[in-house]
Design a binder for this molecule. Sequence first.
Ligand code: ATP
Ligand code: MG
Length: 244
Amino acid sequence: MTEPVLSVRNIRKVYGDVVAVDGLDFDIQSGQCFGLLGPNGAGKTTTLALLEGMERPSTGSVLYRGGPLPKGYQERIGIQFQATALQDFLSPYDNLRLFSKFYDAPLPMAQLIEQFRLEEFLHRDTRRLSGGQRQRLLLALALVHDPEIVFLDEPTTGLDPRSRRDLWDVLQVLKDQGRTLILTTHYMEEAEILCDHLVILSHGKVLTEGTPATLIAQAQVPNLDALFLQLTGESLVASDEGAP
Ligand SMILES: Nc1ncnc2c1ncn2[C@@H]1O[C@H](COP(=O)(O)OP(=O)(O)OP(=O)(O)O)[C@@H](O)[C@H]1O
Ligand SMILES: [Mg+2]
């Protein structure tokens, strides 16, 4: 029997006159890979920030195992920050060492280096890492304190297909370790391969949710791309290619 590790109850987030998140209700089960999908501006990143406790909802609540976000919640979660969070003047190795120092009981560096395959570029110039190498380093930094829940905002955007698949393998290992993964993506193939449960957002509201297979079957469409197009009127491939 699974239990929700995180739940949102009628959350809204308003910035001035922009309603970024407009009344969301859903549960995230422990150990699940949970995917947030939606067109640009749908409210995915805002929803992640609310789940991370980085932003507070204007109204409604975010619950951790049925109660308010506990003290020490930040230690239970790992956030894969965007590339700008990397200390470019430090090598990947020194970045990892710096992050490890923030915690009393960090995971052994050797374990992280092996798991995220950092060895080949450990002592290089961080500014010269490839997109895939950067993402693996950023993920290692997010995992230093052995978090229960890992947040990833478009982890594979901009990566070539090979690096994208490599990252899927790494994420699969995190799933196998029993961690809860919460990610956003514009790639339907990624959502279909990695995610156990999807929520599709548009204009800050849930359009539909369920397992990839259920959503496809219910809508009687061949794949998630077709479902997305049907629901939002937007082709993901086109919107993705137009993204920076
Ligand atoms: N700090 C902020 N101040 C004002 N408006 C904001 C802020 N953050 C987000 N918004 C607005 O809220 C809406 C949702 O933004 P959000 O970044 O959550 O979308 P998204 O689904 O992550 O989009 P993308 O796919 O482009 O990353 C957008 O209209 C955005 O302009
Ligand atoms: Mg976003």
